[in-house]
Design a binder for this molecule. Sequence first.
Ligand code: CP
Ligand code: NVA
Length: 302
Amino acid sequence: MKHLLKLEDWSSEEIIATLDLADKLKYETKNGIEHKILKGKTLGMIFEKASTRTRVSFEVGMTQLGGYPLFLSSNDLQIGRGEPVQDTARVLSRFIDGIMIRTFAQSEVEALAEYGSIPIINGLTDYCHPCQVLADLQTIREFKGKLEGLKMCFIGDGNNMMNSLIVGALRTGMSISVACPEGYDPPQNIIEFGKSFGDKFEICRKPADAAKNADVLVTDVWASMGQEEEQKIRAKAFDGYQINDSLLEVANEGCMVLHCLPAHRGEEITANVFEAHADEIFEEAENRLHAQKAVLVKCFTE
Ligand code: CP
Ligand code: NVA
């Protein structure tokens, strides 16, 4: 068994093998070939934040793999009333075969893994979003035919998405430039991770500097889940940190645009760019299903 607590924990080889498996499962699903690899297994899915894609992709994915997905809202669990995660981990380990959790603190996911004895999958924390980034990498490879040597650019907040994209891009041979306003940089450990790849990592203040010669432009909301009260301050801080037509002009010809969704048109991305790149963005959303199935197979069976 293995965990997916954060992308840093997975080697380049493990990430590429997961993308290869995701492609194979996608092909089989599209061609009506069943793969009941997790027959009889139960996945508990704990949600302490809202979700459309993560919940549905894991629920459908687990079902397609022959397993049983169990939706556990923190509103209904004792965890929501303060039962320690350490105890929840030890109890659930005796009932089910794996846990996917979406929560606030990364430490909660790490504690589940430490105290439980079943695979733990991070379905988003304030720190990272590894499952989404695996789907993003799958999508880029699908459209561009490779990852190695491409340049990714992320515009916006130094948040869970930026953190996992920096790790995912660099581990798969891409370079990455990020543009964020002062005060919204990614955490120091992620900056150090990026710097260990030399000039393949760049942190800029101006979006146009970061987007120069990019093959893939990515953005995310200015205020993440849990930051709703900061919406106004953030709207000011992020003014100009937008993927729009003029930003695409400095990028490479045929530059892709990705967004993990939900998107706020007119804020981090214009409606125009969003619709022009809808094929890429919704393939990215679909790939959550295939990538999450690959993660489930890897975590449950290796
Ligand atoms: N991108 C993503 O994780 O979507 P949800 O919040 O809908 O799960
Ligand atoms: N950064 C966003 C991603 C949503 C999928 C958030 O955490 O709300």
